[in-house]
Design a protein around this ligand. Structure first.
Ligand code: NAD
Ligand code: LMR
Length: 339
C-alpha cells in the first residue's frame, strides 16, 4: 500500500516535467539487495526521469534486478554481483548508496561507524575511478560521518566536486511533516518543515517556527514533537525489535530526494529541499558539512540557503547540534586520512 501510493505520488510529481525533456539518466543503487535497496530500486524503476537502473550489491542484486525489471515502466534494469562494481558504475550520472549495516535496539548510528565507514570509503573510491562526475547520494549511516568520508576519499583521488555530494536527510523532513500534521490535524502537504543540521539525535533540528501550524505548537507538545522528529529512527528500530531500522519510509524518502535531484539536473527551477552538503554556513566554526535548504539545479547544488529566523528554542537546539555534528564530521575525515 505504502509503495503503491508512493509510486503514484512520485510519478505525478515528475510527469509534467518529464514530457519536455529527453535527457538520459542512468542511476545506480549500491546496496540494492538490502531492506532499503529493494523498495528504493522499485520506486526508482517507476520514476519517469530514470532511464536506466544499475543495481549492485555484494548479495542478491541480480535477483532484485530481474524482479524489478518486469515492472512496466520504460527504464531498463541491470543487476550486478559482488565482483562487477565497475560495470555497475559505468556511465552512471547518479549513484545512491544504502549499503551497510543498520542499527539494532540500544545502538546509536555512530556505533555503525566501524563497519560502514570502510564500506562507504571503498564504494566512493570506485565511483571516483569509474564515474568521477556522478552525483552521489549517501544514505548509509552515520550520515554525519559517511558524507565527509566520501568527500575526503574523492579529494584524495583528485575528483571531489562538492556540488555533487549529498547526504540524504529527507526522512527527517518526511517525518517532521507527518508528525506535525498529525498534531495540527491538517494534511502533511500543509506542514512542510525545514529540518537542518545533520542526521542523528540532537544534530537533527526541525525549524517548526517557520511553518504556521508548527509555530502554533508550544509547551510540552512542542518538546515531545521535537523529540519524536529527532528520535524517529529509534522508534522504528525499537518496533522492529532487532530486525533492522527504517527501510520502507527510507526508500520513499530516498526516491523522493533522487527525484528532486533529477528534476534539478533536468533544468527545472525552484527545486529546494534540505540536504547535508559541504556548506559555508558554519565553516567559521570548523563545521564543513551542514544540512539546510538547498536549491538543486543542472550542476547539483545550485544555492545553499541560510537558516532564516529561529525561535529561542531553535537557537538552543542549534547549540546542542553544532558540537556533536563537528565531532561526527571530524571522525569521518580522520578515518580517511588514516586509511
Ligand atoms: P540492510 O542490511 O537491509 O541492507 C544493506 C545492504 O548493503 C545489504 O544488502 C548488504 O549486502 C549491502 N552491502 C553491504 N556491504 C556492501 C558493499 N560493500 N557493497 C554493496 N552492498 C553492500 O540495511 P538497510 O536497512 O537497507 O540499511 C542500510 C543503511 O542505511 C544502514 O547504514 C542504515 O543505518 C542506513 N539508513 C539511513 C537512513 C537515512 O535517513 N539516511 C535511514 C534508514 C537507514
Ligand atoms: C532513521 O532515521 O530511521 C535511520 O537513520 C536509521 C536509524 O538507524 O535510525
Amino acid at each position: 500500500m505504502l509503495a503503491h501510493s508512493a509510486v503514484r505520488a512520485l510519478s505525478a510529481n515528475s510527469r509534467a516535467f518529464s514530457s519536455s525533456v529527453a535527457r538520459q539518466t542512468k542511476v545506480a543503487v549500491l546496496g540494492a539487495g538490502g531492506g532499503i535497496g529493494q523498495p528504493l530500486s522499485l520506486l526508482l524503476k517507476t520514476d519517469p526521469l530514470v532511464t536506466s537502473l544499475s543495481l549492485y550489491d555484494i548479495r542478491g542484486a541480480p535477483g532484485v534486478a530481474a524482479d524489478v525489471s518486469h515492472v512496466d515502466a520504460h527504464s531498463e534494469v541491470n543487476g550486478y554481483p559482488a565482483d562487477k562494481l565497475d560495470e555497475a558504475l559505468d556511465g552512471v550520472q547518479v549513484v545512491v548508496i544504502p549499503a551497510g549495516v543498520p542499527r539494532k535496539p540500544g545502538m546509536t548510528r555512530d556505533d555503525l561507524f566501524n563497519t560502514n565507514a570502510s564500506i562507504v570509503r571503498d564504494l566512493a573510491a570506485a565511483i571516483g575511478r569509474v564515474a568521477p562526475t556522478a552525483h552521489i547520494l549517501v544514505i548509509s549511516n552515520p550520515v554525519n560521518s559517511t558524507v565527509p568520508i566520501v568527500a575526503s576519499t574523492l579529494q584524495k583521488a583528485g575528483v571531489y566536486n562538492p556540488a555533487r555530494l549529498f547526504g540524504v536527510t529527507t526522512l527527517d523532513v518526511v517525518r517532521a511533516a507527518r508528525f506535525t500534521a498529525g498534531i495540527a490535524g491538517v494534511k502533511p502537504a500543509d506542514t512542510p518543515i525545514t529540518v537542518v543540521g545533520g542526521h542523528s539525535g540532537a544534530t537533527i533540528v526541525p525549524l517548526l517556527s517557520q511553518n504556521a501550524h508548527g509555530k502554533a505548537i508550544t509547551g510540552d507538545i512542542y518538546k515531545a514533537l521535537v523529540h519524536r522528529i529527532q528520535f524517529g529512527g529509534d522508534e522504528v528500530v525499537k518496533a522492529k525489535d532487532g530486525a533492522g531500522s527504517a527501510t520502507l519510509s527510507m526508500a520513499y524518502a530516498g526516491a523522493k530526494f533522487t527525484n528532486s535531484l533529477l528534476r534539478g539536473l533536468n533544468g527545472e527551477k525552484g527545486v529546494i529541499t534540505p540536504t547535508f552538503v559541504e556548506s559555508p554556513l558554519y565553516k567559521d566554526q570548523g563545521i564543513d558539512f551542514f544540512s539546510s535548504n538547498v536549491e538543486l539545479g543542472v550542476n547539483g547544488v545550485e544555492k545553499i540557503y541560510p537558516l532564516g529566523p529561529l525561535s529561542a528554542e531553535e537557537e538552543k537546539l542549534m547549540e546542542a547540534c553544532l558540537p556533536e555534528l563537528k565531532k561526527n564530521i571530524e571522525k569521518g575525515k580522520a578515518f580517511v586520512e588514516s586509511s
